[in-house]
Design a protein around this ligand. Structure first.
Ligand code: CUK
Ligand code: CUA
Ligand code: CA
Length: 623
């Protein structure tokens, strides 16, 4: 075992008072590895991230895409980008935001073209990833989306009422994912209808629970302070949220005033019981039941545990014993013992701080923590640009006064790390093989591409005693978080099933028109509405031409009859701003106005056949 020295403490004293302003002022400035700690090289050679041609990655990585608004699938350990899944953004190739199928899912979201995905998580059964769904937040437009893992398409988007910015997002882990928990970050007047504009003392935010199956908001809880990140326990009873703005300030200086903010504990069964007992109200026009979880309401559905200072990440250990609140402006991570929370809720503890059983000093700017399933935690240090590996049980001993060194190793990363994640780490199946460090700055690590740069997702081998950096992975700004799930758990389809709900409504409309999509191509006119049904099979569309009149509302529905894996077609209508994906056995449709007379070509946009260039046709628009 390595015995590195813990130099973190003296460094903290050295920087002392400037700590509070550090995070905001020094972004991009400090921490390029001046304080790297040497560990005795461990004899085990680093695992190779190289996946030879023709072989497959061991893990599916699911990356939030940040302000790109999308989700990405990355192969790990090769770090090859495999696919992007449009969610809150618009997508030129698949037609996400253009097709009728995507418009139905976007619903009221169609009016917004951007999103900001931070936290992505996979549904659980009994604490283990179950490969059914992914859920992701949109900080920018206060939404939560669900992605179906069988087809890797977004299938539900919900706008959350009464809050501004959904930031933290986590799932109930047991017995299976019933609720999706979503943190409202910013505080606003309630209801936010123009009242109290200049009265921040009347601003509040809420914690939201969505039903994972229906994606409807089941209930909300109004809280003191604000809400940053969230995690849950492994029994299904508790959720925990960090709060950096206990001061309920509206400017930075106010948000940093207190030495401690807190973690809010939510007792889910008690919240459900209180709603059943009719204790909920509603806010404004929303019909969602709202409970008052503020301390002064004394409803006994929440508890507030003081934590230093402006804490950020919130991470439950895979054994279900602890939840870590990452100090950000404090060099510490606070370790809360989950077994003590029942007593806390029952009022049996004198001081909620009794639930904190360790507070290791780790370095500057601790943001997030991940786990290897072997008792070690790994915390990202934004200001130090390091990952610190530490022993959880040793940190507990040290807190009790025993003389133990809980720091195992610090490794430099490049640079300014936010989230970090180990393989399978947010499930009881944490396997401690790889760790990804999502670095906000790449600076000199890649070719200069101008003022806007890629970020750097670094791959670290954590399978041995020593962390070893093995790969730099450029990534388009800016994923905040990722999860890595073993490939045995994720089982996507190879071709669509004809009865898929994704296009069921389109199929039903065709049925009303008496059209059998799987074999027929025809044009149906009803007034100035024209419905064009055609098949596609490499290298031909079922119709090589169709005729409409200027001003007609035209719906083109295409069904891909090919059953060959990977044989997608696409439909582009030239100079009409239309493109859509039609993957094997999929039906896609798009509606537009034929506003210009003339000959307008359409063509297939996926290279599907030697005669792909010839896969085209004409829309003839009469004046
Ligand atoms: S937050 Cu971005 S680095 Cu939105 Cu999870 Cu910490
Ligand atoms: Cu069909 Cu190219
Ligand atoms: Ca604060």
């Amino acid at each position: 075992m390595n015995e590195p020295e813990n130099t973190g403490f003296s460094r903290r004293q050295f920087l002392g008072a400037s700590l509070a302003v550090g995070t905001t002022a020094a972004a991009g400035g400090m921490g390029i590895g001046m304080y790297s700690q040497a560990v005795q090289a461990d004899k085990k050679e680093a695992q190779s991230p190289h996946v030879p041609p023709g072989e497959l990655d061991e893990y599916y990585g699911f990356w939030s895409g940040g302000q790109s608004g999308e989700v990405r699938i990355v192969g790990v350990p090769s770090m090859r980008l495999l696919m992007s899944i449009p969610v809150f953004n618009r997508d030129s190739g698949t037609g996400w935001g253009l097709t009728n199928e995507s418009k139905r899912i976007l619903g009221d979201s169609l009016k917004w073209q951007n999103g900001d995905t931070h936290h992505i998580h996979m549904s659980y059964t009994a604490g283990k990833y179950d490969g059914r769904y992914l859920f992701v937040n949109d900080k920018a437009n206060t939404r939560v989306a669900r992605i179906r893992c069988d087809v890797m398409k977004t299938d539900k988007i919900t706008i959350i009422p009464n809050v501004s910015c959904i930031h933290g997002l986590r799932l109930q882990k047991a017995p299976k994912t019933g609720y999706v928990f979503a943190n409202g970050e910013m505080i606003i007047p309630q209801p936010n209808d123009g009242r109290d504009l200049d009265k921040p003392e009347n601003y509040w935010t809420l914690f939201s629970a969505l039903n994972a199956e229906t994606m409807e908001v089941a209930w909300q809880v109004i809280v003191d302070g604000n809400l940053d990140n969230v995690d849950t326990d492994y029994t299904g009873r508790f959720a925990f949220s960090t709060c950096y703005n206990s001061e309920r300030g509206v400017v930075l200086a106010d948000m940093m005033r207190a030495e401690r903010d807190w973690v809010v504990v939510f007792d889910i069964p008690r919240i459900e019981a209180a709603i059943k007992e009719g204790k909920a109200t509603t806010i404004g026009e929303s019909k969602v039941p709202v409970l008052d979880g503020r301390a002064k309401a004394a409803m006994n559905i929440t508890a507030y545990i003081p934590i230093p200072k402006n804490p950020h990440g919130c991470n439950t250990s895979p054994d279900g014993k602890y939840v870590m609140a990452n100090g950000k402006l404090s060099p510490t991570v606070s370790v809360i013992e989950i077994a003590k929370l029942a007593d806390l809720m029952d009022g049996k503890l004198k001081d909620p701080r009794e639930t904190v059983i360790a507070e290791p000093e780790l370095g500057l700017g601790p943001l997030h923590t991940t786990f290897d399933g072997r008792g070690n935690a790994y915390t990202s240090l934004f200001l130090d640009s390091q990952v610190v590996k530490w022993g959880i049980e040793d940190s507990i001993k040290a807190y009790r006064g025993e003389k133990v060194n809980y720091i195992r190793q610090k490794i430099d990363i490049h640079y300014q790390i936010g989230h970090l994640k180990a393989t399978m780490a947010e499930s009881s199946g944490a396997d401690g093989k790889w760790l990804v460090a999502l670095c906000k700055f790449s600076k000199d690590r890649f070719l200069n591409v101008g003022p806007l740069r890629a970020e750097n997702d670094q791959l670290i081998d954590i399978s041995g005693d020593e962390m070893k950096l093995v790969h730099d992975g450029p990534t388009i700004p800016e994923p905040h978080d990722c999860i890595m799930v073993h490939r045995d758990i994720v089982k996507p389809l190879r071709v669509w099933k004809r009865d898929d709900p994704y296009f069921a409504e389109t199929v039903a409309l065709a049925k009303k028109d008496g059209v059998t999509l799987e074999s027929e191509s025809k044009v149906i006119r009803e007034g100035n509405q024209v419905r064009v049904y055609m098949t596609s099979m490499a290298p031909v569309f079922g119709l090589t031409e169709f005729k409409v009149k200027k001003g007609d509302e035209v719906t083109v529905t295409i069904t891909n009859l090919d059953t060959v894996e990977d044989l997608a077609h696409g439909f582009v209508l030239v100079n009409h701003g239309i493109c859509m994906e039609v993957s094997p056995q999929m039906t896609s449709s798009v509606t537009f106005i034929a506003d210009r007379p003339g000959v307008h070509w359409y063509y297939c946009v996926w290279f599907c056949h030697a005669l792909h260039m010839e896969m085209s046709g004409r829309m003839l628009v009469e004046a």
